[in-house]
Design a protein around this ligand. Structure first.
Ligand code: FAD
Length: 295
């Protein structure tokens, strides 16, 4: 079923991101995590894609296995950087044949870190891939948005201008980059509303359990980590105490979003179930039925 329709009729939506495992052991561990997360009845689960297409088949394999062996609705990510329109069309056609109805359309990052694609790549921006995916008439299409602005964007205004273009090209929903200071998300939602963006903007929640790892991620994607969180986690007496601080932080982040009317939460799971499970239990956001009674 299409995410656009699912989130329109649900009183709350939770969803989980996974990445393709690198080994058989990682895959077994991932499917154990998926089995523990499945009872939360997520609206969808998404699977990342290696920009440039070198790992296309890993994303496809995981999507196919989730579709065949679980009750979940899997959504592949797809990037257009360094891939021809023909290759991308083949991938999209194949997903439709597999019964996939949702796609997250992204630009991706060129391997060199430059903003330029290889000359043979005809689609330069996510907007072009949104247009291509929408032209198949079979997908609900999502896009990425950036509460603090995309790192390459000259200004928040320019970034929002291009975000609006990709929504207008046919996107039905947007998922945010991880953020830790709530104001960036609320500010994005306000600015998007003023710009006439009407699709759901789903906050991407990253549970911080390993501060070293999250510092690296947030540096790469330009997400500000609150100094107080870093200080508290780095001075924790044990890794377990640091983990607890991170889980409490994400719980409070979701509570604040819920109090402010946000009904969609997308969790970056890093292929693990424990942190997300604890957050959902803390929030009592376990099942749609329970959520409905809190609405
Ligand atoms: P775009 O929307 O094309 O934007 C990229 C930059 O170009 C921005 O600065 C934008 O302002 C600017 N821009 C956009 N359109 C135009 C235009 N017409 N003219 C001039 N400038 C323009 N990466 C992966 O490789 N694999 C994944 O699976 C993956 N999943 C992700 C999931 C989420 C939820 C998020 C938030 C990011 C994900 N990424 C992934 C990272 C993403 O690919 C990078 O952030 C990439 O740098 C930008 O992708 P985009 O789709 O936002 O690009």
């Amino acid at each position: 079923m299409k995410i656009k329709e699912l989130i329109a009729r649900q009183r709350r939506s939770i969803s989980f991101e996974f990445f393709p495992p690198k080994s058989k052991e990682d895959e077994d561990r991932l499917f154990e995590a998926i089995a523990r997360l499945e009872p939360f009845e997520p609206t969808f689960v998404s699977v990342t894609y290696g920009a440039g297409g070198g790992t296309t088949k890993n994303t496809r394999q995981l999507i196919k296995r989730i579709k065949e062996e679980t009750s979940l609705t899997p959504m592949p990510h797809l990037t257009c950087v360094d891939q021809s329109e023909e290759e991308l069309s083949d991938i999209l056609r194949d997903y439709l044949e597999l019964g996939i109805e949702n796609i997250l359309a992204l630009r991706g990052d060129p391997p060199s870190g430059t903003a330029k694609s290889a000359p043979e790549a005809s689609l330069c921006h996510a907007q072009d891939l949104v247009q291509l995916a929408a032209s198949f008439n079979g997908f609900s299409v999502g896009v990425a948005v950036y509460p603090e602005g995309h790192p390459e964007a000259p200004s928040l205004e320019a970034d929002l201008f291009y975000t609006k273009q990709k929504i207008d090209a046919g996107a039905d929903f947007a998922i945010t980059q991880m953020f830790f200071a709530y104001r960036f998300f609320y500010d994005l939602v306000d600015r998007a509303e003023r710009a006439g963006i009407r699709v759901p903007i789903i906050p991407g929640i990253m549970p911080v359990t390993d501060i070293g790892r999250i510092k690296r991620f947030s540096q790469m994607c330009g997400a500000t980590l609150p100094a107080s969180l870093v200080r508290r986690m780095e001075s924790a007496a044990s890794p377990e105490e640091a983990r607890r601080i991170g889980i409490d932080f994400a719980t409070r982040q979701c509570e604040d979003l819920w109090r402010n009317g946000v009904r969609y939460f997308h969790f970056y799971t890093l292929n693990r179930s424990q942190a997300v499970t604890e957050i959902l239990r803390n929030l009592d956001l376990e099942r749609p039925a329970r959520l409905a009674s809190r609405a």
